[in-house]
Design a protein around this ligand. Structure first.
Ligand code: 13P
Ligand code: SF4
Length: 302
């Protein structure tokens, strides 16, 4: 009998599909992907691909962004309920209020946001390019949505701008507290602490390195050091252990797990390709308006 992985390989060829996977999905799903990466890398791959079908092993804002960037392609999400809670944590009313308050305001929208929020934004960013892009904007006043923690991290790096942060947060990264970092350092005194900028600012301030999922992986692989404490979702450990088997990786806090990302299983990937579900579908007008900030990110991004 064919294994699920073989079935997926066969379906991929048959449907001329590619699989894009985020580092937070289960390791066995990362294993069958054509590209694994952080949000910025995957959005570039989604725009470039000539494949007829894109299966996005990730949460809904990722599938939506792929569809917006490449509307001619069929974009599939293996689980229609896999959603990022933070993507909804900003309001139209607040954006309008801020636009009324500051004449030169730029609304900077983390890619972890709904398509609707993107339609109201000037530029999208990801955790790997947010500082760079905000620095390049001509505007002095910035409203950063929806993530207050990434917003605060950007504000600390770009003090010359007036960055107003929204109050959204990632529930997974918010769980990691300064006390957890202290305890983890006591347990592993030789380890460097590498964290994601979605962590709260007390954690970000005490870390040895702050970066996106890909940047954390790159840092750990290139470093001379041998032990690392990882302050982001545990899916990153799967890739780290594969790439650097001679090094030791520990989570800053056990159970750093995004349950929405973990909804993406091999079975659901197989079923999605077989039955061509769940197709991402957005209104043409929404796609057109949401494409502008995404295109601007790709133009200004590194
Ligand atoms: P990056 O992969 O860009 O670091 O994003 C992390 C994340 O939370 C995705 O949901
Ligand atoms: Fe959203 Fe956090 Fe899960 Fe990323 S890890 S998808 S930001 S809930």
């Amino acid at each position: 009998m064919e294994s699920i992985k073989e079935e997926i390989e066969k379906l991929k060829k048959e449907k001329r599909a590619i699989i894009l996977a985020h580092y937070y999905v289960p390791g066995e799903v990362q294993e069958i992907a054509d590209y694994i990466g952080d949000s910025y890398f995957l959005s570039k791959k989604a725009r470039e691909t000539e494949a007829e079908m894109i299966l996005f092993a990730g949460v809904s804002f990722m599938g939506e962004s792929a569809k917006i960037l490449n509307p001619e392609r069929t974009v599939l999400l293996p689980d229609a309920q896999a959603d990022c809670p933070m993507a909804h944590m900003a309001s139209r009313e607040k954006i309008r209020e801020m636009r009324g308050k500051y004449e030169d305001l730029a609304v900077v929208c983390y890619i972890n946001s709904t398509a609707e929020l993107k339609t109201m934004s000037d530029v999208c960013v990801t955790s790997s390019n947010a500082v760079d892009i905000v620095k390049k904007l001509p505007n002095k006043n910035i409203f950063f949505i929806p993530d207050g923690n990434l917003g605060a991290y950007v504000a600390a790096q770009v003090p010359e701008k007036n960055i107003i942060v929204n109050e959204g947060y990632c529930p997974v990264h918010r769980e990691i507290q300064e006390e957890d970092v202290k305890n983890a350092r006591k347990e592993h005194p030789k380890a460097s602490v590498l964290v994601h900028p979605e962590c709260v600012s007390e954690v970000v301030r005490t870390a040895d390195f702050v970066g996106s999922t890909s940047e954390i992986i790159q840092y750990a692989c290139q470093s001379e050091e041998k032990e690392f404490l990882i302050g982001t979702e545990e899916g990153v450990l799967w890739d780290l252990e594969k790439k650097c088997p001679e090094k030791a990786f520990y989570p800053v806090k056990p159970g750093q797990c995004c349950l929405d990302m973990k909804k993406v299983t091999l079975e659901k990937v197989r079923n999605a390709l077989k039955e061509e579900k769940y197709q991402v579908s957005l209104e043409p007008e929404t796609m057109e308006k949401a494409r502008r900030p995404l295109d601007k990110m790709l133009e200004l991004g590194k």
